[in-house]
Ligand binder design. Sequence first.
Ligand code: PMP
Length: 425
Amino acid sequence: MKYSRFLTAVSAARRPSPIRVLTELQQRSPPTLISLAGGAPNPNTFPFESTTIEVKNGPAIVFNEAMMKRALQYSASSGLPELLAWMKTLQKNLHGPPTVGYTPENGQMDMCVTTGSQEGLSKVFEMLVNPGDNVLLDAPTYPGTLAALRPLGCNLISVPSDQHGMIPVALRKILSRWDPSEVCKPGSTAPRVLYTIPNGGNPTGASMTARRKQEVYELARQYDMLIIEDDPYYFLQFDKPWAPTFLSMDVDGRIIRTDSFSKILSSGLRIGFVTGPKPLVDRVVLHIQASTMHTSTFTQLMVSELLHSWGQEGFLRHVDGVIEFYRNQRDAMISSAENWLKDVADWHTPTAGMFLWIKLKGVADTHQLIVKKALEKEVLLVPGSVFMINSGDPCPYVRAAFSLSTPEQMEEALRRLSVLIKEAM
Ligand code: PMP
């Protein structure tokens, strides 16, 4: 794969920060090295000394003085080496990316740590999307994606989707406007980037089948596109075996995958990952060098210590526990929906994630209903329009999250919603 044609001028112009390169060299050197090079402060002056973090069902994480000093210090822009190594092994075991054995130039799989997957996504978009570019995605979609993409001045093209995600036939039809043999020519307006949330989509709850992914991947090959696989709900798939990922099919090195620990370890620690071809991950790291420098060393070390003490088996056992919780929550939400919304709304039961996407009958646009009337009835949902490319377009959907409420609260909330809909009808 030739990656240069995908880079924006801004991304292509990024150069390594000489100081960051030295810092990283220093961290990999023997302790006998005397460095007068780095600009790191002396951690002996920092006020924090040590800490112990108690862990549910497991040994505590102890930060002694030496660990604490490391946790409080600058670290590599790509992420803490031991956290990255652990995650690379996990990615290889879960997805078996064909690119693992490739040369770096040919798209060898690489990874970096990001401050939540949102940081990874916004940096990936900035690396790949020029003003005026056509970008493909299956709207309704995550507002954080729209917020990151819109200011780049691109033209968002919505690919029709259903409860199984993006529809390959519809994608093929959109792409038929371009001649595949012309897409790499300078000046071509053919989309170079496709974005999708393959599991438990936010807001739709949709999950893509392996077959659809394969078909979309084949189209990406035909039209030489990169696919951004934004998969924060991968670990919240309720049924096993989990669907094969785009990364697992990536024979060319055209998948950039974002993973998140927000739904399974902590959303506030801000730990996410970008996995993709090395030449592109390198560009994201250069951007990190020039912006946040790195994700908090403290939180990376905390998570790394936990993962190393759990091992992969312990991690996946924990994930199973989280899945069990959300599956029960999903079941409670569906049961309440059946109790109260059967005659006034439609929905599909999600197989992953934390959202139910509800289409209200007889309501052309849910915005006013939610923003004004729902508050009066003391039930809050998200009006569907905020997930649309044109947020001004009428949308009959609402998004209900089943992550935080108790089954009793969900029951009461959907009862209140049913009254609202009936009044609106
Ligand atoms: N992508 C999607 C589809 C999401 O729903 C979210 C969070 N709601 C994110 C990315 C960002 O997650 P984080 O930055 O916490 O990893």
